[in-house]
Write a protein that binds this ligand. Structure first.
Ligand code: HEM
Ligand code: HEM
Length: 198
């Protein structure tokens, strides 16, 4: 199997791992805050909103970087169906990273509840309506569960590439550089790279 020789840029890798930590934390904070009525659940709620808005901002930056810099090509030997699954799962991640915070924000707007981040009140992005609030609440919860499931599948796929196929795909996103023996010609995507999977 010929290893992939290009990597995501340092900025893309930094955003990936920073956001992975934030998103995993958010999912557990979200579940934690709705599973208890103890007073400390309020501190979880006050962490959930700013962290969610931060994820939204980072996701938009990441999308722009992704569109400008592209991604290393998947190995030629990889079956088409696996390539398609990888593309679709990454697309779903981008949709979720942007839609979930927007749903949280609009859900609170529909409940006429202010979203205050670092002392600044964000404008409402949905009209006040109890019916709409219920709809958005259900959507936020359902998509958060989808996010959990997608992360589990993504983790399994990453380990499958890294430990079983050993095709270099894991190294394209690894925070560390590959050893010379496994990736002797590994390099970041060049700044003006037109290499892209799409
Ligand atoms: C990637 C970003 C986000 C993730 C992964 C996420 C995840 C979650 C999860 C897992 C829950 C618990 C759902 C349940 O079991 O009922 C939750 C609830 C909640 N989220 Fe988010 N969330 C995100 C962004 C936001 C944002 C930006 C806001 C608001 C500005 C927000 C507001 C809320 C609120 C108010 C609840 C509690 C709903 C209730 O009272 O039952 N979320 N979130
Ligand atoms: C909340 C968690 C995570 C999210 C939202 C996430 C999201 C993504 C996205 C969107 C990509 C595609 C990059 C692009 O095309 O711009 C990607 C690639 C990748 N991720 Fe994650 N990731 C997460 C966690 C992880 C974890 C825990 C691992 C490994 C243990 C991992 C390993 C990889 C690898 C190896 C790639 C490159 C391989 C490929 O492109 O298929 N990710 N991730």
């Amino acid at each position: 199997m010929s290893p992939t020789t290009l990597r995501f840029t340092a900025l893309q890798r930094t955003l990936h791992w920073l956001m992975a930590i934030c998103i995993l934390a958010m999912l557990f904070i979200g579940v934690g805050m709705v599973s208890t009525i103890r007073p400390d659940s309020l501190s979880l709620v006050s962490a959930h909103k700013p962290l969610g808005i931060l994820i939204l901002v980072l996701a938009l930056i990441r999308l722009v970087v992704r569109l400008r810099r592209g991604a290393p090509p998947l190995p030629e030997a990889m079956p088409q169906v696996m390539k398609l699954a990888a593309h679709l799962s990454h697309l779903a991640f981008y949709v979720l990273m942007i839609a979930l915070p927007l749903l949280g924000w609009s859900m609170l707007s529909a409940a006429d509840y202010p979203v205050v981040i670092l002392g600044i009140q964000l404008p409402p992005i949905a009209p006040h309506s109890n019916g709409l609030h219920t709809l958005l609440w259900n959507a936020h919860r359902f998509l958060a569960l989808c996010f959990f499931a997608l992360i589990v599948v993504h983790l399994a796929a990453a380990l499958f590439h890294g430990l079983i196929r050993r095709d270099g795909v894991f190294q394209t996103m690894a925070p560390w550089s590959a050893s010379r023996s496994t990736l002797s010609t590994s390099t970041d995507l060049p700044r003006d790279s037109s290499v892209t999977r799409n």
